[in-house]
Design a protein. Structure first.
Ligand code: MRU
Length: 361
């Protein structure tokens, strides 16, 4: 995995919704290294399926839709690594690379969705291995392009679904769901962008999102680039802010949604939904239909990723808890029950969770 070094001060980014988190250029993928933002803006050069698997596992690229797009390019890169010209042998090796990519992260269903779309194309393409490789690149580019269109549509439907009063809303969000977590524009942060552009946003409250701090590092960075007024709070401050009447809506993303509307999202989301209910604050989940896993009846079967202890006992390089005598538990996601969700905002429509199945494609 090569790194192309650019510092923030040498790269002009006028609008983060135009940031290209995944760039296909010169037969390789350039990813913005999200583990280094906001301090450093660096592009990482990915030119093999192994590198892409590593980039997803280590969260250089993260966010459900962005992981899906990256995995699609990763599978194409893998296809170009296969030397067999025999179709059956090629497809067998392609399946092994698909498996390598599937094993990177378990919760975001967009990863599995994108890989199965790619494999479908491989199997359905008539002709030899070269034709399949070409078709795979076309499909990866399509997944990327459609994700941006999808995010824009989510933004429109979300804007229409927001409470009508007050005219200008203060919206709380959790984790990062912006351009960086998608192919561009964002899901929940996309709705917030649309609200800002329509003059319906007073301010965003961004949860810091322990332990990986996607809110503090990425959401706030995106808002600053776009000049969207943003206030950063720690996760534990959200209930107090709601009690004070400071928040009129909560919008979060999702990594996997079950058919009944139960939604897995970044750890801390479930708690937010409970306190939103307590304070009568509408709670929206914004996600593309590629995040809905219609094969799961409820959220209890969504696999929840557990990550390394060091994410809890360290902040940066600094150890913050005793070295001995402590156990750690670090689930990266939790599941918000459908009954606590006001509406799920997709690219087709904003619907009540129990109407989600109507949008099944
Ligand atoms: O662990 P991450 O950073 O990959 O988490 C995914 C997310 O960004 C969030 O859970 C997000 O709210 C949904 S993906 C747009």
């Amino acid at each position: 995995m090569g790194r192309a070094f650019f510092k923030l001060d040498t790269v002009t980014i006028s609008n983060s919704s135009q940031v290209n988190p995944i760039l296909w250029k010169d037969n390789q993928v350039f990813l913005i290294d999200q583990t280094r933002l906001p301090g450093e803006y660096q592009l990482v050069e990915i030119n093999s399926s192994q590198d892409m698997a590593k980039a997803i596992r280590t969260m250089i690229v993260r966010g459900a839709p962005a992981i899906g797009v990256s995995a699609a390019y990763g599978l194409y890169l893998g296809a170009t690594e296969i030397e067999d010209t025999d179709r059956a042998a090629f497809l067998l090796k392609l399946e092994k690379i698909a498996q390598l990519l599937r094993e990177t992260r378990p919760t975001a269903v967009n990863l599995f969705w994108a890989i199965s779309l790619m494999l479908k194309v491989a199997h359905q393409t008539i002709g030899g291995v070269e034709e399949i490789k070409k078709a795979l690149l076309v499909q990866a580019k399509n997944i990327q392009k459609e994700d941006i269109e999808t995010c824009l549509a989510i933004g429109e439907h979300g804007l229409a679904a927001l409470p009508k009063t007050p005219t200008k809303l203060t919206i709380l969000t959790h984790c990062n769901t912006g351009a960086l977590a998608t192919a561009g524009y964002g899901t929940a942060l996309g709705v917030i962008r649309s609200a800002w552009n329509a003059g319906r946003l007073e301010r965003v409250f961004a949860d810091e999102t322990r332990p990986r701090l996607q809110g503090a590092k990425l959401t706030v960075w995106e808002c600053v680039q776009d000049k969207i007024p943003v206030t950063l709070i720690t996760d534990s401050m959200a209930a107090h802010c709601m009690k004070q009447g400071m928040i009129q809506a909560v919008i979060v993303g999702a990594d996997r949604i079950a058919a009944n509307g139960d939604a897995a999202n970044k750890i801390g989301t479930y708690g937010l939904s409970v306190i939103s209910k307590r304070h009568n604050v509408p709670f929206y989940v914004a996600a593309p239909l590629s995040t809905v896993d219609f094969s799961l009846d409820t959220g209890s079967s969504i696999p929840i990723e557990e990550r390394e202890d060091s994410e809890i006992y360290q902040i940066g390089e600094t150890r913050i808890s005793p070295t001995e005598g402590v156990n750690y538990y670090n689930p990266a996601f939790d599941v918000t029950p459908a009954e606590l969700i006001t509406a799920i905002i997709t690219e087709k429509a904003a619907v009540k969770p129990d109407e989600l199945v109507k949008l099944s494609y």
